[in-house]
Design a protein around this ligand. Sequence first.
Ligand SMILES: NC(=O)c1ccc[n+]([C@@H]2O[C@H](COP(=O)([O-])OP(=O)(O)OC[C@H]3O[C@@H](n4cnc5c(N)ncnc54)[C@H](OP(=O)(O)O)[C@@H]3O)[C@@H](O)[C@H]2O)c1
Length: 332
Amino acid sequence: MKAFILDKFKDSALRFGEMPEPVLRDDDVLVEIHAAGLNLLDSKIRSGEFKPILPYRPPFILGHDLAGTVVRVGSKVRQFRPGDQIYARPRDGRVGTFAEFIAVNEADVALKTKNLTMEEAASIPLVGLTAWQVLVETARLKKGQKVLIHAGSGGVGTFAIQLAKHLGATVATTTSTANVELVKSLGADVVVDYKKQDFEKILSGYDVVLNSLDSDTLQKSLSVLKPGGKLISISGPPDPDFARDQGLNWFLRQVLRLLSLGIRRKAKRRRISYSFLFMRANGAQLSEITSLIETGIIRPVMDRVFPFEATNDALAYIEAGRSKGKVVVKVR
Ligand SMILES: NC(=O)c1ccc[n+]([C@@H]2O[C@H](COP(=O)([O-])OP(=O)(O)OC[C@H]3O[C@@H](n4cnc5c(N)ncnc54)[C@H](OP(=O)(O)O)[C@@H]3O)[C@@H](O)[C@H]2O)c1
């Protein structure tokens, strides 16, 4: 099958070549991929940044999001049949959606939302699950609470704003002038234009902050939160709980402990909890997301669809850091 392959970490481009069709395990579905979503995680893995945490060995296929059709199922698969239209974020260690086919554990898969195209559906899983795991699972965001979602116009931000509004929260977000109308249309109540304003001078008394930006933004976010508030970062630094959950060795656990020591101490002094979240594949949560999309509560925000052959251009596009919502490649 045709695929985009990483031959060596730090390579500037993926190679468009032939790979063997995936081997189907008993609890896998074999999916003919129609569209694949792009994420900065693809770029970070390519650069080698995740080497200690996600031990991929080149050559392998990149890509974390897909929508497609089930063509075959393993002997133990119960939830899906050939012909089902599905979408998924395959679990770590088994990614590779920049390809014509992939075998995915059925626990990572959900039926595709009927009201979305394949391209739209492929834009959802990784960012949708991230927003869900931050706001629902970790923050337990409730009606009437206040949440700051950084980078509201990005892939995670556009989804998280809509989910937080659905949960009944008051939502503040940061974005640049050009995207103010977009984030308002998604439901943001307070929009801070970072080109003109400093969020930390405007916002206070928040229950939750979702950080997806740099360490400076992370530090400043502390002053937005009230005592008892939660600072949840998806862009680092990783904390000891994450190191434990990943089963990292003693040395790496100490490194991660030190990396997050500063922010954890500062947070503790203000009675704020700090946690790092690294999203996980989860077909059951993705099914809940499907319902929210089918009932019109959440809509995908698409920036661009590239042809499959232009996957390297699509990666370069998201790496420029200006995408509004999601970028997807159309595989067939
Ligand atoms: N830990 C996890 O599980 C996890 C999961 C998903 C994502 N992530 C990470 O989270 C980060 C965001 O991911 P993403 O997919 O949402 O990224 P993205 O879609 O590429 O984000 C692009 C958006 O960021 C906005 N932006 C850039 N600088 C900003 C600033 N200073 N203030 C406010 N907005 C700013 C841009 O808006 P403007 O053009 O208006 O500046 C643009 O719309 C990445 O580092 C990604 O790797 C982690």
